[in-house]
Design a binder for this molecule. Sequence first.
Ligand code: BDR
Ligand code: CA
Length: 307
Amino acid sequence: VTPLILDCDPGHDDALAILLAVADPAVSLQAVTTVAGNQTVDKCTLNARRVLSLAGAASVPVARGADRPLVRPLRIADDVHGGTGLDGPTFTDSPSVPESDLSAQELLVDVLRTPATIVATGALTNIARLITAAPEAAANITEIVWMGGSTDRGNIAPLAEANAYVDPEAADLVVRSGIPFTMCGLNVTHQALVTQDVLARFTRIGTPLARVCIEWMTFFASTYRDLFGFPSPPLHDPVAVARVIDPGIVHCVEANLVVETAGVWTAGATVVDLDGYTGRPPNAHIATHLNRDAFWDRIIRAVSVLS
Ligand code: BDR
Ligand code: CA
């Protein structure tokens, strides 16, 4: 069982990543830390608490992280995730899972007294800060598996994916840290489409939690349809959790990865040398192919057992 920390900015797909990390027996979720990205860190933290409350995961600590990128102003994605960051169902009560008294940095240092894998599904601001401020804790990171970047085009700028675009300096620092790094970019997460067949499987679960998931994905589907013309939305973030749960679900190749920070038009571009043009040695695992059936089986099982 892999000890896991989830650093996220919920976010509809982050919410499903949390549920998968809570419920799958292959991982043991030690902490959830939040970062500004899809929405302000206040809203993302409230949403993380909401998702953990729905999952009945009262023992998982939630701590608030960076409220802005390392050097750039924050750009939120309310066009994709709505005014709350998790639009769709409305809740009248407060989430039962509290926010930790610790900051995300303090909680990360605490959990990383022993080795753990970090799945990051937002900007890499918290992880970059940890590597800089607490190298002894960072030395206990077994691996960082990131939903971010792309081997091809972007989704917020022509060549930049949103999590990379929000904080390119953080992504650059983390990639260059030497900590084992896996990138699950758009090229693979666009294989995780919430099709009508997938929605039908959620409907068959038939529980209140499954119905909340359907409402989240229905909202997410509407923005993806309107903004990007996708007939079904891609459920990006759980792909990174699935890679840790079973590496066979997400096939990777080794390649050199650098993050553009200086580009006039390309800040946040993840430059993946799949063809060996540069001669630079491989420094990352790059996800290329999703085993869709195994992925959705894992998600459906997670939501089923939580209900
Ligand atoms: C990523 O950006 C966010 O909107 C999603 O939660 C995901 O982490 C996809 O580009
Ligand atoms: Ca996210």
